[in-house]
Design a protein around this ligand. Structure first.
Ligand code: PLP
Length: 363
């Protein structure tokens, strides 16, 4: 099936995998990877520039291997948002939450990894690249989790990691903390970690699963600064968990994985976290506006607690509509779900461009 040359001593289980590949196209309105459409606030850029000379002067030295200041700042941010009482021993940081996920699967994925699809496509890919077995759990047709089925599957499969994404990507819907609690209980009974990917938590009104960590030592919450924090280019992700999970991450991480500049930039962004709230509020109100405009056009939209919308009911196939929007210089995402497309919430102006282009495909 695959066309790798015979001389390449490739691991057999990698030969059929394809790279993660959201298109990166310039000179278009980019609504395909759920980035924050706003640039970093000026005050943050200026604070970074002030700090940069001393960071550059010490580039001959390795960075803080354990990212102590960054983890302290992350715990302050999480505690402030959730009324929790974590410290750096509960937090681990890496180059994006994808590296966080890999660190966890390397350490604990050996009995298989279960996730409920359609969900984040990197969960199965990271699992397979780590050489572990991926098991597909299903969602209902409306993309919600069938709790009873999910719990049944956890106890049948007995994986060592269960993934849940909330708000879910690509559908946008969130699950409540009561349901997460039941999934954590079920994972605990088979000796599995429940890894809750909360990449879009800042856009959601649901309580964060960090509130359950004290009760469930097997619960790990994964976060990123790529979305709400407008910091996708810096590559910073982290998890919050029982300190034992952090200790295991120290074994599977690469030493000095997080560069000095990355750590400095993230710390400064976290110190200015309140500047982001106005942008997040605007994106949430834009999400509601775009959703109701799509409905007015006769389409159907999945309820979203994130910064994107999954919709259906347009005329034509997802491929055709995606290409036609690209001809109008609007890049959205065909996530491979039949009859559906996903659009990221951009600036009001970008959203208007999207709405004008998609109106051509009303049913
Ligand atoms: C975007 C996204 C991430 C973020 O990945 P980073 O490596 O932190 O940029 C993680 N999980 C989900 C579900 C996402 O949608």
């Amino acid at each position: 099936m695959s066309n790798w040359p015979a001389w390449l001593p490739l691991r057999g289980d990698l030969s059929d995998l394809t790279p993660y590949g959201a298109p990166q196209i310039t000179d278009v309105t980019s609504l395909n990877t759920n980035e924050n459409p706003f640039a970093l606030p000026k005050a943050v850029v200026e604070a970074i520039l002030t700090k940069l000379p001393s960071t550059l002067e010490s580039l001959n030295r390795y960075p803080d291997r354990d990212a102590l200041s960054l983890r302290t700042e992350l715990s302050r941010y999480i505690n402030k948002k959730n009324g929790t009482n974590f410290n750096l021993a509960n937090i681990w940081a890496a180059n994006g939450s994808n590296e966080i996920l890999q660190t966890l699967v390397l350490a604990c994925g050996h009995k298989g990894v279960l996730g409920f699809t359609p969900s984040y496509s990197m969960h199965p890919l990271i699992t397979k690249v780590c050489g572990e077995k991926w098991i597909d759990g299903a969602r209902k047709d409306d993309f919600t989790i069938d709790l009873e089925k999910a719990i049944g599957q956890i106890s049948n499969v007995k994986p060592s990691i269960v993934f849940i994404t909330t708000p879910n990507n690509p559908s946008g819907n969130a699950i409540g903390i009561d349901q997460i609690s039941k999934l954590a209980e079920s994972a605990k009974s088979v000796g599995a970690l429940l890894v809750v990917d909360e990449a879009y938590a800042e856009f959601s009104t649901e309580l964060s699963a960090v509130n359950l960590i004290e009760k469930f030592e097997n619960l790990v919450v994964v976060r990123t600064m790529s979305k709400a924090f407008a910091l996708a280019g810096a590559r910073v992700g982290y998890f919050i968990a029982n300190p034992k999970v952090v200790e295991v991450a120290l074994i599977t991480r690469l030493p000095y994985h997080l560069s000095s500049q990355t750590q400095e930039i993230a710390i400064i962004a976290l110190q200015h976290d309140e500047l982001l709230q106005a942008e997040i509020d605007l994106l949430i109100s834009e999400r509601k506006r775009v959703s109701s405009e799509l409905i007015k056009l006769g389409m159907k939209v999945v309820d979203s607690e994130a910064n994107f919308l999954l919709f259906t009911g347009f005329k034509g196939s997802p491929k055709e509509v995606w290409s036609s929007l690209l001809d109008s210089k609007v890049l959205i995402r065909d996530v491979g779900i039949p009859n559906h497309l996903r659009t990221t919430i951009g600036t009001p102006d970008e959203n208007n461009q999207f709405l004008a282009a998609i109106a051509e495909h009303r049913p």
